[in-house]
Ligand binder design. Structure first.
Ligand SMILES: [Zn+2]
Ligand SMILES: [Zn+2]
Ligand SMILES: [Zn+2]
Length: 148
């Protein structure tokens, strides 16, 4: 994995550093992580790094097109390695769980808006907001409990 990641970094013109490899590794395990939780994971693994340097690494990886950044409403920016398929996200408004939703078109832009004259649509960032299965289940149980 690490060897392939090193080649990936080089192919995109980035120097191979332990920090970049470590962040890619965390995102492999934990898609949709934010910078804080990437940092927490690295610290737990014994890496000596700061939140700021994690932010810098994520910025570099995003700019190089290796990592995709998206920002759900009222939440910190999330990062993931699943790129180039224009997939969307379903965000649970209760617990914040994020799931991938395949794009039926598979490439951007998959939605066309009645955009202002002269505006070129490059992408439509779609976020589905709702209640995840776990939270829906909890809700049903809570309702039953209050009935009795
Ligand atoms: Zn939920
Ligand atoms: Zn995703
Ligand atoms: Zn789509």
């Amino acid at each position: 994995m690490t060897k392939a990641d090193g080649e990936l970094l080089r192919a995109r013109g980035l120097r191979v550093t332990q920090g970049r490899l470590a962040v890619l590794d965390v995102l492999e395990q934990r898609p949709h992580a934010d910078a804080e939780s990437v940092h927490r994971t690295l610290a737990a693994q014994g890496h000596d790094t700061s939140v700021q340097s994690v932010h810098n690494v994520l910025g570099d990886l995003t700019a190089a097109g290796i990592v995709r950044r998206f920002a759900p409403a009222r939440s910190a920016a999330r990062y993931e390695r699943r790129i180039d398929d224009n997939h969307h996200h379903a965000v649970c408004s209760r617990c914040g769980r994020i799931d991938d939703v395949d794009c039926v078109v598979g490439e951007a832009p998959c939605l066309h808006a009645d955009a202002p004259t002269g505006f070129t649509v490059l992408a439509a960032e779609v976020t589905f907001v709702g209640i995840c299965a776990t939270c829906a289940q909890t809700q049903i149980l809570d309702t039953k409990r209050s009935d009795t």
